[in-house]
Ligand binder design. Structure first.
Ligand code: ADP
Ligand code: MG
Length: 270
């Protein structure tokens, strides 16, 4: 299968005007196929984070088109952006971005808040994902009680808990020693082997062995773009979807789509 999951056409991100005008991305074109594991490299300031933020619908380009699964999402409303982001994209950051006063299990369950799962089922699912990362004993620890490597594996659990199609990682091993980096990369590899699309920014050339494609950026543009795995050999997606419970909350924009039938009895609270 070689379906385009992302197409960027002529993306430009401009900051400032006139004398202060600068471009974080310049007329940027990129097509990403489902199942690619892309590593993005390049000097500080070349636009890597800007690119990831735009792909992750956290930011918008000044001009250009962004097709996500064939739909142009460049100028959709912030509300629809948020909804697509919650459904399709998982984020992993250099500094983990865990919420300090929430136990690990609740951090992992957070992205499920808007999916319509009950709290019990969200925690159950978070727990099963933590088990996959051998972190089941840390469920009720607070983030600071974990090592950096463990915190990053918690944040990977949080990134995949909603079964997103795309994982974005901005220097996920930047704050880790080599042993913890290896553990994190092995987890990302197993997520990729399941057919997920991963786009990761790194400064560490040694990590490119995990990638199917390595893109070097320079001044907001692609400098080199090398595929190390043919499109035909990218991993096929295997469905590891969570058993969905009936949505109890309608997502913004879903109004009227899953109108629950009127019930005589009021719903039991969970
Ligand atoms: P990288 O992640 O490759 O280090 P960034 O995407 O963070 O690069 O930044 C690309 C360029 O855009 C840099 O020159 C940076 O200074 C500029 N930039 C990023 N964010 C802003 C902003 N909010 N205002 C002005 N310039 C910005
Ligand atoms: Mg950056």
């Amino acid at each position: 299968m070689s379906e385009n999951i992302i197409e960027l056409k002529g993306l430009t991100k401009r900051y400032g005007y006139g004398d202060t005008e600068s471009f974080a991305l310049k007329d940027f074109d990129l097509t990403i196929k489902r199942g690619e594991f892309i590593m993005i490299m390049g000097p500080s300031g070349c636009g890597k984070t800007t690119l990831l933020d735009i792909i992750g619908l956290l930011d918008r380009a000044t001009y250009g088109d962004y097709y996500l699964n064939g739909e142009n999402v460049a100028s959709i409303s912030a509300r629809r952006q948020a909804r697509l982001r919650a459904k399709k994209i998982g984020f992993i950051f250099q500094n983990f971005n865990l919420i300090e006063d929430l136990p690990v299990i609740e951090n992992v369950a957070l992205p499920l808040v808007y999916t319509g799962h009950t709290k019990t089922s969200r925690l159950k699912h978070a727990s099963s994902v933590l088990k996959r990362f051998n972190l089941e004993e840390k469920e009720y620890y607070l983030p600071y009680q974990l090592s950096g490597g463990q915190q990053q594996r918690v944040s990977i659990a949080r990134a995949i808990v909603g079964s997103p199609e795309i994982i974005l990682a901005d220097e996920p091993t930047g704050n880790l020693d080599s042993r913890a980096s290896f553990a994190v990369m092995e987890e990302l590899k197993s997520i990729h082997d399941e057919g997920n699309t991963i786009i990761m920014v790194t400064h560490n050339p040694a990590l490119t062995v995990y990638a199917t494609r390595v893109i070097h950026m320079l001044d907001g543009q692609i400098d080199t773009d090398v595929k190390t795995v043919a499109d035909a050999n990218l991993p096929q997606p295997i469905s590891v979807k969570i058993k969905k419970h009936k949505p109890e909350i309608n997502l913004p924009g879903d109004e009227g789509k899953h109108k629950p039938k009127k019930r005589k009895k009021s719903r039991r609270k969970h």
